[in-house]
Design a protein around this ligand. Structure first.
Ligand SMILES: *Cc1c(COP(=O)(O)O)cnc(C)c1O
Length: 356
């Protein structure tokens, strides 16, 4: 590995690691980063030499396109350390492929696999002390790309910066959440950029989500353009359990193709759950809540894995879900099984985990 680092990446180590001052007991998600980052510039139609260097501010021209036209994409993934101190990624090719799909949609250059995946492995190898063992501990990985060419000209940039940041993470029980079904605002449009992990999708969500939070909710369940189909919960894919069947919407250009979502679908099938991928209507969920057949709703994404929903509102009416935690909750069972695979505490029959 050390030889690969020298060959493919230039490496400038920090003078002194800040790991001794990092409080691994009280970790705030995504707030602090490890000693080094990977950066790689794109110019003259080519990716340049990737560099691993001390985590530090980056300098950009104030007219850089990213500030004006939001040409920016990112990924979110995690690394886990097992009981033998080996470090594992979870389905990293999925994130690599999705990153390049996002790049194409935002008129950005695709990144080479050696820079994204080998670069990530080299970076984590340098930072392995920052990955802690034990269920719940992980290293959150944030690859991103921004348009850096100067000039407030409304056309795609010809220069970009790719970067990978690492942030130690700890799972914490955030509690169940209350959500509001979107009746006016939309996260994504037909033919828009909803399927890309684009920075702009998040800024589009902030204001409606703020209004929902002021009204006492944690998140919004996003709907399609007619506000009749349920699509995502906040920044997570969403699953509904009616009686003994789990439903989740098919991906589309409005729905992000989540790695957690597709893993849960495969895992649920293997575990013998009934799971159907088909459009989920607001009306059928309201009806199921009214007649008592709606058992669970949960969001799925890398950061929290599964987030249980305890209530939703629609047309100013609140619908409470039953507490299934001690009655065979599908959400809790699937979360337990998936996190054990990710942490190498259960057999990975799917071959999802990749050793660094
Ligand atoms: C990242 C993201 C998800 C979850 O994707 P994972 O690959 O499971 O982390 C779901 N919805 C949106 C809008 C997202 O940005």
């Amino acid at each position: 590995m050390e030889i690969d680092i020298l060959k493919d990446f230039s490496f400038t180590p920090v003078e002194k690691s800040k790991i001794d001052t990092f409080d691994f007991e009280n970790v705030q998600f995504g707030a602090k980063f490890t000693d080094h980052m990977l950066v790689c510039e794109y110019k003259n139609n080519a990716w340049q030499q990737a560099e691993i260097k001390p985590y530090a501010p980056i300098q950009l021209d104030p007219s850089a396109r990213v500030f004006h036209y939001g040409q920016a994409i990112f990924e979110g993934m995690k690394a886990y350390k097992d009981v033998n101190d080996e470090i594992w990624l979870f389905r990293p090719e999925e994130n690599f492929n999705r990153f390049n799909k996002s790049a194409v949609r935002l008129a950005m250059p695709e990144i080479d696999e050696t820079i994204f995946l080998d670069g990530l492995k080299a970076l984590i190898n340098i930072e392995k002390e920052w990955v802690r063992k034990g269920l719940g501990n992980s290293l959150y990985i944030r690859p991103f790309m921004i348009a850096t060419e100067s000039g407030v000209i409304a056309s795609p940039s010809n220069e970009f910066l790719f970067c990978i940041l690492l942030s130690p993470a700890k799972s914490y029980y955030a509690g169940k959440i209350k959500v509001q079904i979107a009746e006016y605002f939309s996260r994504a449009a037909n033919g828009g950029i909803g399927a890309a992990k684009a920075a702009g999708n998040y800024s589009a969500q902030f204001y409606p989500t703020k209004l929902a939070q002021e009204a006492g909710f944690n998140q919004i369940i996003w709907t399609d353009s007619t506000h009749t189909k349920l699509e995502e919960s906040g920044t997570m894919n969403v699953f509904f359990r009616i009686n003994d069947t789990i439903y989740t919407a098919p991906t589309s250009d409005r729905i992000l193709d989540g790695v957690t979502r597709k893993s849960l679908i495969d895992l649920a099938k293997k575990e013998g759950y009934n799971i159907e991928v088909r459009p989920v209507l607001v009306d059928e969920i309201v009806e199921a809540a009214e007649n008592g057949t709606l058992k669970e709703i949960f969001g799925a994404g890398t950061a929290a894995v599964i987030n249980q929903i305890e209530a939703f509102s629609y047309k100013d009416k609140m619908y409470e879900l039953p507490n299934m935690d001690n009655e065979g909750s599908y959400a809790l069972d699937l979360k337990d099984k998936l996190t054990k695979i990710q942490n190498k505490l259960a057999d990975d029959s799917f071959g999802w985990t990749v050793k660094i």
